[in-house]
Design a protein around this ligand. Structure first.
Ligand SMILES: NC(=O)c1ccc[n+]([C@@H]2O[C@H](COP(=O)([O-])OP(=O)(O)OC[C@H]3O[C@@H](n4cnc5c(N)ncnc54)[C@H](OP(=O)(O)O)[C@@H]3O)[C@@H](O)[C@H]2O)c1
Length: 191
């Protein structure tokens, strides 16, 4: 890559992506071996942050049993209607920063009238409400946009969602149909 160091490397998934949370094999030995390689890279100062992604509690525990360096982040699917609260809490208790990927549900939250109504009450856009929600969960929010205007407004989230609204958003009904994004493996009904 021609770089002196990388900011972050994560194990994308504890299992091959095609069988994520579908097979019982959690690849315990394989994940420990990959983790050892990441630890070596970290100790050699080739990477500043090492972590995991799509890891469940049992996958993290498997690493913690042998790790010399604890995973620093766990990057997980986390958005209104899909909030893995217990996993987020477990990570936070263990000092693992949670990164919320697809915080706007790949754009699908934009089609939920109840969420639009709440965003209107706060005088913000639906993506701003979504991003603020993940920040108030204590996660690092990872929204994606190819639109510079969206990028700018997505960063303007200096407002506070009230506690009762946070509860409503945490318990918001599961989005059953992700439209065009359903083909995207994350939304293949596996997570
Ligand atoms: N670790 C993993 O397994 C994993 C899996 C999936 C994704 N990720 C990461 O998570 C990040 C985001 O995920 P994602 O792209 O799936 O979902 P996302 O950030 O929830 O949604 C992106 C969609 O929202 C739209 N959007 C963003 N801001 C908007 C705004 N202000 N107004 C209207 N539409 C807006 C974007 O369209 P525009 O471009 O038109 O704004 C795009 O269609 C990526 O960096 C990705 O790499 C990680």
């Amino acid at each position: 890559m021609g770089l002196d160091y990388l900011d972050q490397i994560i194990i994308h998934s504890p299992q091959p992506w095609v069988e994520v949370n579908q097979s019982e094999n959690r690849y315990k030995e394989e994940n420990r071996a990959v983790w050892k390689a990441l630890e070596d890279a970290y100790k050699a100062k080739k990477v500043r942050v090492i972590g995991v992604s799509n890891f469940l509690q049992e996958d993290i525990e498997n690493l913690l049993e042998v790790a010399e360096v604890k995973p620093m982040v766990n990057q997980v699917l986390c958005h209104i209607s899909n909030t893995p609260s217990e996993l987020v809490e477990y990570c936070q208790k263990n000092g693992i920063t949670v990164e919320a990927y697809s915080p706007i549900a790949h754009g699908e939250v934009l089609h939920q009238p109840e969420i639009k109504a709440m965003a209107d009450r706060y005088g913000v856009s639906v993506p701003q409400l979504c991003i603020r929600y993940t920040l108030q969960l204590g996660t690092v929010s990872l929204p994606k946009t190819a639109n510079p205007d969206h990028m700018k407004t997505n960063a303007e989230v200096d407002f506070e969602i009230r506690a009762e609204d946070m509860e409503t958003l945490k318990n918001f009904k599961k989005i059953e149909n992700y439209g065009a994004s359903s083909a995207f493996p994350v939304y293949g009904g596996k997570m």
